[in-house]
Design a protein around this ligand. Structure first.
Ligand code: GN1
Ligand code: MG
Length: 354
């Protein structure tokens, strides 16, 4: 593996490398930290082609939004390196595509937090991302993963997985399956909300927000593969899904899964301080549902993958996808207990900022 990687970094013009190590987070791509002989730091990633069938399109989307985001204040755009042939992707001998971004020094991410300032910063930077990309030409961008967060699409795969699953996995999932089936009914109108199409990130997990270690300020969103035309509904819900859960999405300690309401309020204020004037009435109306929808869609996806035998998400042990699903289902039940409070907070922010 290492030999290949050296060849890849040479493709990006780096002939002397002093350190390479693999990052363990991320469920889809392989990512590496690379330090060049001169001490510069980079993030090297191999794009998973089974999922992103046309990596060039995804890179075009990133280049388009970067051009816009560079214009806004207080938003750091990680530089994308070109290959020696001046391309954003390097294709290795096995046909895998790689890309390199400059690592921002003194930066870090969080996997879980209780810190209210972090909550506000996550909201602020996602808001900046949505506002900063409003002038992107949506027609020149590619829908790289059609229906990525769509209900009908995900349900179709779930139904197929029920047919394909082996007896042991169906038995282990016997409590989660009916729970998911009930929620499918509950969310049945979600594909028809008629929300405006905007540039969205589509994977706004807490650990996709990069922070400056010293100032504690959020710098930018990272992991830009899923950027495409979409709905704020999904980005808002996905951020709350990960930020406001007291534990990480795969934590097996279901007792500890909890909705952190004060953190949510900080996030909300940070977010609407940027986007209050941008959001349409339909978008405001959709926010409470978005918070319940995103953990649900992840629950469906994790369960589907479990029933298919772990074909999509990386797993470290056999029941990991089922545990991830259960964690999301528990989070939804916590959200439902606090539904009225959540709605009140959103209405208060709407009055203050729209
Ligand atoms: C995947 O690879 P990673 O961890 O950035 C997934 C997201 C899910 C996430 C769950 C392309 O993202 O949609 O939210 O796992 N990305 C893709 O942690 O499917
Ligand atoms: Mg991602």
């Amino acid at each position: 593996m290492d030999i290949d990687i050296h060849r890849v970094v040479e493709g990006f013009g780096m002939n002397r490398v002093s350190e390479i190590k693999e990052f363990t987070s991320g469920l889809i791509n392989r990512s590496y930290y690379v330090r060049s002989g001169g001490g510069d730091e980079f993030v090297l990633q191999r794009i998973n082609k089974e999922i992103f069938e046309e990596p060039e399109k995804l890179m075009l989307n990133i280049l388009i939004i970067n051009d816009e985001l560079r214009k806004i204040e207080d938003y750091r755009v990680p530089e994308i390196l070109l290959t020696t042939e001046r391309q954003p992707l390097y294709t290795d001998a096995e046909g895998h595509d790689w890309r390199v971004m400059r690592h921002i020094p003194n930066s870090m991410t969080y996997d879980a937090t209780e810190d209210l300032t972090i909550g506000a910063e996550v909201g602020r930077i996602i808001g900046k991302f949505h506002c900063g990309t409003v002038n992107c030409d949506l027609n020149s961008m590619h829908v790289t993963l059609p229906n990525f967060h769509g209900l009908d699409f995900r349900v179709e795969w779930f139904l197929q997985s029920l047919q394909k699953a082996n007896h042991a996995r169906l038995t282990s999932a016997h409590e989660s399956i009916p729970e998911v089936e009930q929620l499918i009914e509950y969310f049945s109108s979600v594909d028809h909300l008629e929300l405006p199409t905007r540039v969205t990130h589509n994977d706004t997990k807490l650990n996709n927000v990069l922070f400056d270690r010293s100032s504690g300020k959020a710098l930018c969103l990272i992991d830009l593969d899923t950027i495409m035309p979409g709905h704020i509904f999904h980005d808002f819900g996905d951020a709350v899904r990960t930020l406001c859960n007291a534990v990480q999405e795969g934590d097996p300690n279901l007792e500890a899964v909890e909705f952190q309401h004060r953190l949510f309020v900080e996030f909300l204020q940070g977010y609407v301080s940027q986007t209050g004037g941008l959001l349409t009435d339909k978008e405001w109306d959709s926010l409470p549902l978005s918070i319940e929808y995103m953990p649900f869609i992840m629950a469906v996806r994790f369960l589907t993958d479990y029933l298919f035998g772990d074909r999509y998400y990386k797993v470290d042990f056999p029941d990991q996808n089922l545990i991830r699903c259960q964690n999301q289902l528990k989070f939804i039940s916590e959200l439902r207990r606090k539904r009225d409070e959540i709605k009140q907070s959103i209405e208060a922010a709407r009055k203050a900022f729209s």
